[in-house]
Ligand binder design. Structure first.
Ligand code: NAD
Ligand code: UGA
Length: 348
């Protein structure tokens, strides 16, 4: 089967390409504006196109026409961007992704779309509650631009679903819940505000001795999934085209639910365990408005109900501490080998 992956050079995409390349069962076509994160994968195992899905539309069309399966991962996925550049988020995450959907419809190609758990919005519940794929989607006010990302992802999902209903598209929508692992985002100088997702922030702080900044005290909760478990979930979908046809799946580990303060405490502890050195980083509280800007809002994210994906035979294997330890071991190893450093100046 020929699989074309858009956004293949990102965090999740690079792990999918690595996984598919190791299995050597399919022709893999990787498309991205950058291939930095694909560096360790044998170049003969896949074909790479450096292309922008917004401007290289003829190439995109050609690749979709040739493919048996299209996987779309392209998006701005860091909350700081939703607040700083909401229109760019709509342009990439909705308009450019819709173009891919429409080309899949035209060429009758199967699509696996990476959406987000963030589509659920401000869902809340009692201790032990889980969110399933039929839950209501509830967002904050328009002035809180954080929700533009979820709105774009939600509308894209609705259009994909409607094409499926009309018999024009075979699709699977995946809603990831906070995957972590090697190659997540990028490192930042101590005290940076905004920027990458939380694990990359805390890892940067530990490597530089800077503070671990807890937005609004770190009471928000997230369920973290090891990227290897996430890749296994993709494989489960691939292995069961009938069971995953025109369906939406949560992809996460409900047992790895923690507050962000809890994540910081585990990371401090694991740092000590892996390096033998007491971390010098402190936990500090920072107001959300100071960290992200006025358009930020947070959700009361519930852990995922994974009944649907479990029915395909998938089960997450790694608990929170193992997930954190394996990811931190990668960063510490790369840092010690001089292949990764905390920049002195802000980067994007
Ligand atoms: P990422 O930012 O690492 O990957 C996105 C990739 O898209 C990047 O490599 C980027 O270069 C590429 N890209 C951006 N603009 C492009 C363009 N115009 N043309 C071609 N390529 C372009 O993000 P990720 O964490 O790998 O997430 C992948 C997908 O999964 C996204 O759709 C994201 O919204 C979704 N998601 C991820 C998570 C998670 O836990 N990582 C959670 C929820 C949703
Ligand atoms: C993000 C994106 O919206 C989506 O890509 C995706 O749905 C989700 O990640 C995911 O990875 O599944 P979010 O979970 O809010 O959403 O992403 P983070 O930036 O990792 O933030 C998690 C929590 O940590 C938030 O409460 C945030 O305020 C907090 N945070 C972040 C800190 O306390 N300190 C930091 O240094 C950074």
């Amino acid at each position: 089967m020929k699989i074309v992956l858009f956004g293949a050079g990102g965090f999740i995409g690079s792990h999918l390409v690595e996984h598919l390349a190791a299995r050597a069962e399919h022709d893999i076509v990787a498309v991205d504006v950058s291939d930095d994160k694909l560096a360790g994968i044998p170049p003969t195992a896949y074909r790479f196109h450096r292309a922008d899905i917004r401007s290289d539309r003829d190439l995109v069309d050609e690749l979709i026409a040739e493919a048996d399966l299209v996987v779309d991962l392209v998006a701005y996925a860091n909350p700081s961007i939703y607040v700083e550049a909401p229109l760019e988020v709509v342009d990439l995450n909705f308009v450019a992704n819709l173009d891919i959907v429409e080309r899949c419809v035209r060429h009758r190609r199967r699509l696996i779309q990476y959406s987000s758990c963030e589509v659920y919005g401000k869902f809340s519940g009692r201790e032990g509650d889980r969110v399933d794929e039929e839950a209501d989607l509830v967002y904050g006010p328009v002035s809180k631009h954080r929700w533009i990302y979820a709105s774009a992802k939600q509308l894209l999902e609705r259009i994909i679903h409607a094409h499926g209903l009309a018999g024009q598209l075979e699709f699977t929508i995946l809603r990831p819940f906070n995957f972590i692992g090697p190659r997540l985002d990028y490192l930042v100088p101590p005290g940076t505000r905004g920027g990458p997702r939380v694990f990359a922030h805390f890892m940067s702080a530990l490597l530089s001795g800077g503070p671990l900044q807890l937005v609004d005290g770190g009471t928000a909760r997230r369920s973290f999934l090891h990227i290897a478990d996430a890749t296994a979930a993709f494989q489960a979908v691939l292995d069961d085209p009938d069971g995953s046809r025109n369906a939406i799946f949560n992809v996460g580990n409900p047992d790895n639910d923690t507050s962000i303060r809890g994540l910081a405490e585990v990371m401090l502890d694991v740092y000590w365990e892996l390096t033998g050195e007491e971390p010098t980083s402190e936990l500090v509280t920072v107001a959300a408005e100071d960290f992200y800007g006025a358009g930020y809002d947070d959700d009361g994210r519930l852990p995922p109900d994974i009944t649907r994906l479990s029915a395909l035979g998938w089960k997450p294997q790694r608990d929170l501490r193992t997930t954190v330890r394996e990811t931190m071991a990668y960063y510490l190893g790369e840092h010690a080998a001089g292949r990764l450093s905390v920049p002195a100046l802000p980067v994007r």
